[in-house]
Design a protein. Structure first.
Length: 110
């Protein structure tokens, strides 16, 4: 069953920019519903004074290596290109986590 990591600041909405996420909530998608698995703490990869740092990107990729996709509200072009190059599927979405995950299940996106 596929797992997704969700960038959220409040645990209810997909409302966090990839570079600003301090944690990701991980869910497993089933045939008709989903299950919350855990919260993974992260260091925000975008540090305003430092810009992009691929070492930080790699730490996020490792942290979420068991996930089939990453759901974020927004991600910059450079970060998205780097993650895609590393075979990480990234989706820009918004709305409640519940609605987004149910749509992924209904539409068999993963």
């Amino acid at each position: 069953m596929p797992k997704v990591a969700v960038a959220t600041s409040d645990g209810f909405e997909v409302n966090e920019h990839f570079g600003h996420a301090k944690f990701f909530r991980v869910y497993e998608l089933g045939e008709s519903d989903y299950t919350f698995l855990d919260v993974r703490d992260a260091v925000a990869v975008c540090q305003h004074s430092l810009g992009h740092n691929t070492t930080r990107f790699d730490k996020i990729i490792e942290l979420l290596s068991d996930c089939d996709a990453l759901l974020v509200q927004k991600i910059g072009e450079g970060a998205a290109a780097y993650l895609i190059q590393k075979n990480v599927r990234v989706f820009e979405v918004s709305g409640s986590i519940d609605a987004v995950l149910k749509k992924f299940i209904a539409d068999k996106i993963l």
